[in-house]
Design a protein. Structure first.
Length: 143
């Protein structure tokens, strides 16, 4: 495993694939998603072509990081491995749905529809987008 440079410039190496560009944005502390220059949708996972219209005019734009919990699944783990972990699907305010987790929130406190806010976690395996509860976020009243 190679150690990424501490600071990277987004789009510094345009020949790299979209996953690498996404990762370089995260390494630079920016949560950015592609936006289609033709139909305007936001795209995640990173792609070469717009999944809606097939355009290759995908530009990287920062997103708000706001979203809501769409679903959650709890993985049972032994305490010595860190205890139960919740894997969530988050609907971002910009539209895309992404799989993530809430590293500082107990699994039982994660509720469907809960407002969350993205944070970039610079982990041992590279940067990752994780979420925290957002008390003044976009929550819809839960049923
Ligand atoms: Zn498009």
């Amino acid at each position: 495993m190679t150690t990424p440079p501490p600071k990277a410039t987004p789009d510094a190496a345009p020949e790299a694939g979209p996953d690498a560009v996404f990762r370089r944005h995260l390494e630079a502390g920016e949560f950015a998603l592609q936006q289609c220059g033709d139909c305007g949708i936001r795209v995640f996972q990173p792609r070469m072509l717009c999944p809606a219209c097939g355009s290759d005019r995908l530009d990287w734009q920062p997103v708000s990081g706001r979203g809501r919990i769409h679903s959650r699944a709890v993985l049972k783990q032994r305490p010595e491995k860190g205890g139960d972990r919740a894997i969530v699907l988050v609907d971002l305010a910009e539209g895309p749905r992404m799989m993530s987790r809430l590293p500082d929130t107990p699994a039982q406190d994660i509720v469907i529809g809960m407002a969350v806010r993205a944070r970039i976690l610079q982990g041992e395996e590279g940067p990752a987008v994780v979420f925290d509860p957002d008390p003044d976020g976009l929550a819809e009243p839960s049923a």
